[in-house]
Design a protein around this ligand. Sequence first.
Ligand SMILES: *[C@@H]1O[C@H](CO)[C@@H](O)[C@H](O)[C@H]1NC(C)=O
Ligand SMILES: *[C@@H]1O[C@H](CO)[C@@H](O)[C@H](O)[C@H]1NC(C)=O
Ligand SMILES: *[C@@H]1O[C@H](CO)[C@@H](O)[C@H](O)[C@H]1NC(C)=O
Ligand SMILES: *[C@@H]1O[C@H](CO)[C@@H](O)[C@H](O)[C@H]1NC(C)=O
Length: 416
Amino acid sequence: MFTMPKVIIASFAYIVGVFVLCAGLETSPTCSSIEGPTPGEFIIQRGIVPDNDSATTVSFRGCRISDIQPRAFHGLPSLQYIDLSRNSIKNLKLGILNDVTRLTHLNLSYNFISDLEESLFNQSSRLEVLDLRWNKIEVMKVGVFSPLKRLKYLDLSDNEIVGARLSPAMFDSCKALSTIDFSRNDMSGAPTDLLRAVEVLDTLKLDGCFLKQVPEFATRSNTGTMKKLLLSSNQVSTVKLTTFISLTNLEELDLSSNVISELYEDVFKPLKNLKIIILRSNRLEKIPDKLFYNMLRLRKVDLSFNSLMLIPVNAFRFTTIEMLNISHNKFTYLVDNFCLELRNSGVKLKKFYFNSNPWQCPCLRDLLKEMKTYRISYNNAKYDGKNAVCISGDIINTCLRQPDVNEHFNDLYYSD
Ligand SMILES: *[C@@H]1O[C@H](CO)[C@@H](O)[C@H](O)[C@H]1NC(C)=O
Ligand SMILES: *[C@@H]1O[C@H](CO)[C@@H](O)[C@H](O)[C@H]1NC(C)=O
Ligand SMILES: *[C@@H]1O[C@H](CO)[C@@H](O)[C@H](O)[C@H]1NC(C)=O
Ligand SMILES: *[C@@H]1O[C@H](CO)[C@@H](O)[C@H](O)[C@H]1NC(C)=O
């Protein structure tokens, strides 16, 4: 059962302590360093912060606050920044923000808030940054964010939101949203038009959201301004050919820790501005011949922790990749003169990670020679003589570049 939190602001000395150290104005020192006289719960009420017409900032970070009284911020008309993070606030009473109409930043992260009342932000039309990370939010009423026409940054990560229960109208007024973090909520059933009103989206984080596919709400034409899309730690197995067709401004795509086993050759082609692609920890066995071909901005490709045995040089021709990571795969060899071939089409690798593969020793030797010739850095800590880095075959000095030998060397490498 819910019990009313007790007001245990026990002594006058402690109230002074809260004011001086906790509710510091402007520079906001935190109160996490002070010890209250009694362990317990603390409530912000009117007067804790003395009235002040010019104070703009108040911080109650880590102050063991359990509740905020309705008029707590009355008398502080200039407040723009309120930090209430790292407390034990369970619910937010209606009206607590009504006195601070100039508020631009509100940090409520690391509390126990489970519910956001519909008119909580009615007077907060200037709010730009709202951090609700690490709470227990399950329910969000459709109109709760409606007054937030200037909201740019919304962090809802690490809550208990069920996407299937969100209304597509939820963010209709939030046209200014530029960063949204839904990570570690269940967004699998979210409406396909959840973000239909955003106009200037820059970053969307969907890490660990139980997604089985790249969600449509993330890839519609109005999200085409996006630069960064994080989809790591989901259960995405296939990516439709048309998925990224609208994301022509995307610079960074993180698909790591999914279960993708195959990719369409042209699936990334609409991403004309892509610089970084992370496909680490998937189930890729093959890279289509021209997967990244002619992607002129591409600089970093991470293919580590997959099941790749072959990698076509063509896949990287006419890109600008500088970093390639193929560590922890099943390579036993690369095509002859892999780096020279790349250089011939203008690709100058600077970093190449290829450790933890069942290399045939002669093939690894060829590769290391290229690293030296072209001054490419690699993970040389692994080649200190202490680790098993390659397998010497029967024919000691020749690299066997035939797909049918791969299995043999993989068996040897992974048998012990
Ligand atoms: C009000 O806040 C300002 C800082 O914003 C501070 O300099 C001033 O001393 C405060 N006034 C009172 C009466 O506490
Ligand atoms: C909110 O507070 C937390 C922890 O106190 C901090 O890590 C986070 O960066 C703050 N959020 C913003 C948007 O400043
Ligand atoms: C808050 O705004 C909503 C609509 O945006 C309105 O229905 C509601 O009555 C308002 N509540 C208060 C307390 O002003
Ligand atoms: C693989 O690539 C990532 C970049 O995504 C890099 O940070 C990491 O160090 C690389 N891993 C190894 C084992 O070299």
